[in-house]
Design a binder for this molecule. Structure first.
Ligand SMILES: C[S@@+](CC[C@H](N)C(=O)[O-])C[C@H]1O[C@@H](n2cnc3c(N)ncnc32)[C@H](O)[C@@H]1O
Length: 416
């Protein structure tokens, strides 16, 4: 493919992702599947420029507005391409039948892009930026850079059956090079992404795919043997399975999710793994019965923006308000289902004050029989003191700290 044709394909894909709200990865996969002639080099370039453009979307909007450039996706993509690959000249992009069609303002865009110092940086729209607790310019710099980093491929080991050493050696036989996760005590980081088919074949009962940040959140929950746990938003069950491991077959987990298809994935995995301590019989009438209620609530997902940068483009204030209501409602139910002396653990993969500290603060205002648990010391078992952000409501793990997804975790004790 001519480089201009790859750029045009990327522009069409970004337009599609923004309008149709279909995940970027899925959109790209479908495109590649229906255009089998695209070679591996072009495919790589297409992924690279499409994701890069999505990640820098608001940064590009900001710069192009300053330069008085019409902010169509085409122009933003052209600016980004010329800014990123300064060795290409504009004429290259017009070569070939399917390449870019020349427009009057192109040379102006090209000129501004190649003379721009460095590369355009990612940004959040200002209404979202205001909702993140960033204290210094340095913090802001690292935080914004984190979206450009490549997400790692981490797995959580089934410690009931295998040690990390055993799994590492087994993976070595498939030429998969890996190392222990630095902070999670149950994880392994794989150097190269394992293709889906290979993964299915070798995964067996050895491990689950789980980002180190998510592993740390699950470890921090404080699962203890014999606990009766309710996982209220179990989804496909990444945290549920690790909790089951930590329970060492003692205690019980009831898994629930509003979306039955997601829970279906967990049900199948539970069957495969023959896990006896996870059940799905849930009734909201089971009030005051659980030692621990985990609320891993649906959220904006800002903490996972490296993987799904399109979420930031899609997110509107009205949607955030709706999510806040759902989160609040889940917490209200959790308050009833938790027994006196038990605890609620609230987790989001968001970095927004509205979905994190604000929710806990509002909850505590309404429920005087709950106190925030100080778990600072537990965190220190896994993380160095100076790198984590902890306030009176809980811990925020930003993606730049350990190159994990970003999370917030808070714990509440029911006193009566
Ligand atoms: C962050 S995901 C959970 C991820 C999961 N715990 C894991 O570790 O793999 C949030 C989940 O909440 C579910 N959800 C959305 N609204 C809900 C509600 N009102 N009650 C329970 N679950 C809900 C979603 O279907 C989604 O699976």
């Amino acid at each position: 493919m001519k480089v201009g044709a790859v750029l045009v394909a990327s522009i069409l894909l970004v337009e599609d992702i923004i309008i149709k709200k279909i995940q970027a990865k899925k959109t790209l996969k479908n495109f590649i599947r229906s255009n089998k002639y695209i070679g591996s080099k072009d495919r790589k370039l297409l992924y690279e420029i499409t994701f890069n453009m999505l990640k820098k979307y608001f940064g590009l909007l900001y710069i192009c507005k300053i330069y008085d450039i019409n902010c169509s996706v085409r122009n933003l993509a052209l600016f980004n391409f010329c800014n990123k690959f300064k060795h290409h000249n504009l004429e290259d992009l017009y070569q070939g039948k399917y390449s870019l069609k020349k427009k009057d303002g192109d040379f102006y865009i090209f000129n501004k892009a190649i003379n721009f110092r460095g590369e355009v940086k990612p940004m959040l729209p200002s209404w979202l930026e205001k909702k993140i607790l960033i204290n210094t310019e340095t913090e802001k710099f690292f935080f914004y850079n984190s979206i450009l980093s490549e997400p790692r491929f981490d797995i959580a080991i089934n410690l009931m059956k295998y040690s990390r050493e055993e799994v590492k050696n087994k993976l070595k036989k498939y030429n998969i090079i890996c190392s222990y996760t630095k902070n999670s005590t149950v994880g392994i980081t794989v150097n190269n992404r394992i293709p889906k088919n290979t993964l299915k074949k070798i995964k067996s009962d050895m491990f689950e795919v789980q980002d180190e940040g998510s592993q740390l959140m699950t470890l921090l929950i404080g699962v203890q043997t014999n606990m009766k746990i309710l996982d209220m938003c179990a989804g496909k069950g990444t945290k549920t399975i690790l909790m089951s491991n930590l329970l060492k077959s003692e205690g019980f987990i009831t898994a629930f999710d509003k979306i039955k298809e997601r829970l279906g994935v967990l049900k199948n995995r539970v069957k495969e793994l023959k896990l006896k301590n996870i059940n799905f019989d849930f009734d909201f009438k089971n009030q005051g019965q659980f030692d621990l209620v985990l609320c891993d609530v649906p959220c904006s997902g800002i903490g996972t923006w490296r993987r799904r940068p399109e979420n930031i483009i899609w997110l509107k204030n009205e949607e955030l308000e709706k999510l806040k209501l759902v989160q609040n409602n889940i917490l209200l139910n959790a308050a009833k289902l938790c027994k006196a002396g038990g605890k609620i653990v609230y987790i989001t993969c968001s970095l927004l004050y509205d979905e994190n500290e604000f929710q806990i603060k509002s909850f505590l205002n309404n429920f005087k029989n709950f106190d925030v648990i100080n778990f600072r010391e537990d965190i220190q078992k896994y993380l160095k003191k100076e790198i984590f952000k902890y306030n009176k409501y809980g811990l925020t793990l930003t993606p730049d700290v350990l190159n994990t997804d970003g999370y917030f975790i808070s714990m509440l004790k029911k006193t009566a």
